[in-house]
Ligand binder design. Structure first.
Ligand SMILES: Nc1ncnc2c1ncn2[C@@H]1O[C@H](COP(=O)(O)OP(=O)(O)OP(=O)(O)O)[C@@H](O)[C@H]1O
Ligand SMILES: [Mg+2]
Length: 247
């Protein structure tokens, strides 16, 4: 099972929006995919029309009272399951800190899922924390959405410094630009310069668009409510580029 984390220190950059669409794209390839909504805000669960909450919350998850494999649910889309958010996820760190290996807890939790799914996508909350350290330890491919602005690049550089401290050589990193406003000169210049200079960045960018923002109302992936849109094509192309880079 390959683990993809959609993560950025910065909030509101499109982590959740991208995760839902990329997970759908993964499942649509016929690959068994699990999407774990790790953010106690539960936005992924909301987008997929699922209630937030797992039986017994984080206590039960960490104590393995109920196997994690029993906490997943069919998302309603073929090949895509959901492990919903729970408000108690905000206490993850309290449990992690008491463990022998505080940064290896998520890796252990994920282990039983490895036989069931080929891909796991993690929708991560923003910020640098013990949870994010756990996420980085379990991640094979780190997807970093960012808006093409100087401030966004600043927090990206901070993340890159943090990653080099962790010295996790095995992990692949694919940053990509989201909410690119073609009418905004700063967006255009930043996105073009960065993509030209740094081949690590995905060539495919995601536009700023009302169609994408409408996910909050449609509560389904773009491919369902706007299959023929340029936005959906961009999202599918981004997923193909991400997968191709791992081949
Ligand atoms: N490409 C886009 N075009 C227009 N709006 C977008 C786009 N991507 C995301 N949004 C909107 O931006 C807001 C933040 O997106 P999202 O919740 O995906 O970000 P996030 O990084 O997951 O936020 P958080 O850090 O709070 O978890 C939402 O209202 C979403 O609809
Ligand atoms: Mg989010």
């Amino acid at each position: 099972m390959k683990v993809y984390a959609i993560y950025n220190i910065k909030g509101g950059v499109g982590k959740t929006t991208s995760t839902v669409n990329l997970a759908y794209a993964s499942a649509a390839e016929g690959v068994r995919t699990l999407l774990w909504d790790l953010d106690p805000q539960g936005a992924t669960s909301y987008y997929l029309c699922h209630k937030v909450g797992i039986p017994g919350g984080v206590k039960s998850l960490m104590g393995r009272k109920i196997p994690v494999t029993d906490m997943t649910r069919p998302s309603g889309y073929t090949n895509l399951d959901l492990l919903p958010a729970d408000a108690s996820y905000r206490y993850f760190e309290h449990y992690f800190i008491e463990a022998n290996k505080p940064d290896g807890c998520l890796k252990k939790l994920v282990k039983p899922l490895r036989d069931r799914y080929e891909r796991l996508l993690l929708d991560c909350p923003p910020g640098l924390s013990l949870l994010s350290e756990n996420i980085l330890r379990v991640t094979d491919v780190l997807l970093i959405p960012l808006i093409p602005t100087p401030l966004s690049l600043r927090s990206y550089n901070r993340l890159v410094r943090q990653l080099s401290k962790n010295k996790k050589g095995r992990m692949r990193v694919v940053p990509f630009f989201n909410m690119v406003n073609g009418n905004n000169a700063i967006h255009r210049i930043v996105a073009k310069n960065v993509c030209d200079k740094h081949p690590i960045f995905a060539r495919q960018t995601i536009p700023h668009s009302n169609i994408i923002e409408a996910m909050g109302v449609k509560r389904s992936p773009l491919a369902i409510y706007a299959p023929d849109s340029e936005e959906n094509r961009a999202m599918q192309a981004l997923w193909r580029e991400i997968v191709k880079r791992q081949e």
